[in-house]
Design a protein around this ligand. Structure first.
Ligand code: UDP
Length: 401
């Protein structure tokens, strides 16, 4: 894509790029390795595609290795993922053994030689067995560990405690561990197709192609069709608003072909919507970054009415586009939405409708909240801040005994 650090000067707080360069001097020439389990798909891979070249530009010798596994391995780690996020799973002794065997194979196959090794998520956690003397190993957990299934966490914990540090994405994901734990929020890339500036013509063209007229205010939620994202609650909120304010509702989400529950939730939403021509259910492919960008920019108000959420990157994406956001009072939404300043948090469709109407009635408030949200996102949720945190952590660890 040819994007360089200099390109971030225009979108980040003044001094950010210079500060990154200064910080990086302390770790110049260090070899940093990231290991995760997928090159494409998912937020972790997306962020690594940008972060690794940024580290390189800063003089850190950054590499990224991807572990390989069989279907059985991924089924097991998917089970781990669900269990650690609080859905009870049955993991058999054979599954645990296959998981460890796969990690042993990867330890042989991968080049794990580096000064700082960042292991992302549970899949490669046992690679710690291959640590060489002097290297600093960090376990970077991106998932919601607030209510883990005990048995799975007890299995994983002995590996985690051998790391030099752990990183979680929200305070409530922290665990009782004898190693230092750091809190590092996820981030969005302001220069990616999903978040970069779009011209009015581009936005118009995309909305036209998606069949969404721009004749009245647009309320939007971008989310997988998942019950925790509460799309039906969004439809209920829209109906309450619609009694007094003419508007459209756009619910955009993935096609969910491989996710039976997704198809079920989508059917529930379709039933709730009925034949209302002002509600647009858009099934987007995973590559629809420009479409999501255009929808977020065309929206008047953005919802993320989740009843349970990890971090909620869609909130940061909308804040960055200067939109007032109304979100469920849960997970990372609560650190992004400061009530009355960057958005509003709610517990019900009625609450969402109340704040939607208030914003629609007060255009000045909407503008102010949008502006404040963008500045908040600029300081807290951009990839440059993420890079800064990682550099700070590298410096800290390289100075620790
Ligand atoms: N997203 C997407 N297509 C969809 C739905 C969501 O590309 O159909 C994107 C969305 O823009 C965001 C991410 O997927 O970048 C979802 O992250 P979030 O943290 O909001 O929720 P998660 O799906 O991880 O629970």
């Amino acid at each position: 894509m040819g994007i360089t650090l200099e390109d971030y000067r225009d979108v980040t707080p003044p001094g950010t790029v210079d500060f990154l360069r200064r910080l990086a001097r302390s770790v110049e020439g260090k070899r940093m390795l990231h290991v995760n389990s997928t090159r494409y798909g998912g937020g972790v891979a997306e962020i690594l595609h940008r972060l690794v070249p940024m580290f390189e530009e800063l003089g850190v010798k950054a590499r990224w290795e991807v572990m390989a596994g069989s279907d059985a391995f991924y089924r097991t780690t998917k089970g781990f993922h669900n269990a650690l996020q609080g859905t009870i799973q049955h993991i058999t002794a054979d599954m645990y053994e296959a998981y460890l065997a796969c990690n042993r194979e990867n330890a042989q196959r991968l080049d794990l030689e580096a000064d700082v090794v960042m292991i992302h998520d549970p899949q490669p956690a046992p690679l710690i067995d291959a640590r060489k003397l002097g290297a600093k190993w960090i376990w970077r957990c991106h998932i919601d560990l607030s209510t883990p299934q005990r048995s799975v966490w007890q299995f994983l914990r002995p590996y985690v405690v051998r790391y030099d540090a752990a990183i979680v994405s929200l305070p409530k994901f922290a665990q009782r561990l004898p190693i230092p734990q750091f809190l590092i929020y996820p981030s969005i890339d302001p220069l990616s197709d999903k978040n970069r500036e779009l011209s009015v013509e581009e936005i118009d063209r995309i909305l036209h192609r998606l069949g969404v007229p721009r004749d009245k205010p647009i309320l939007l939620q971008v989310s997988r069709f998942d019950r925790f994202k509460d799309p039906v609650g969004v439809v209920e909120a829209y109906r309450l608003v619609k009694k007094s304010h003419d508007c459209r509702l756009v619910l955009a989400g993935g096609t969910a072909v491989d996710d039976p529950e997704g198809a079920e939730v989508l059917a529930e939403v379709q039933t709730a919507v009925g034949t209302d021509p002002d509600v647009h259910l858009l099934l987007l492919p995973p590559t629809a970054n420009l479409e999501i960008n255009a929808l977020q920019r065309a929206a008047t108000i953005v919802f993320q009415k989740s009843t349970r959420e990890g971090f909620g990157l869609t909130v940061a994406e909308a804040l960055w586009k200067g939109k007032p956001v109304i979100g469920g009072q849960t997970g990372g939404i609560t650190v992004q939405l400061i009530p009355g300043v960057t958005g509003f948090t709610v517990h019900s469709p009625e609450g969402a409708a109340f704040y939607t109407k208030r914003l629609l009635n007060e255009p000045d408030l909407m503008t102010a909240i949008g502006r404040q949200g963008r500045e908040y996102a600029r300081h807290r949720f951009l990839i440059t801040r993420h890079l800064q945190d990682y550099l700070g952590m590298m410096i800290h660890l390289s100075q620790a005994a």
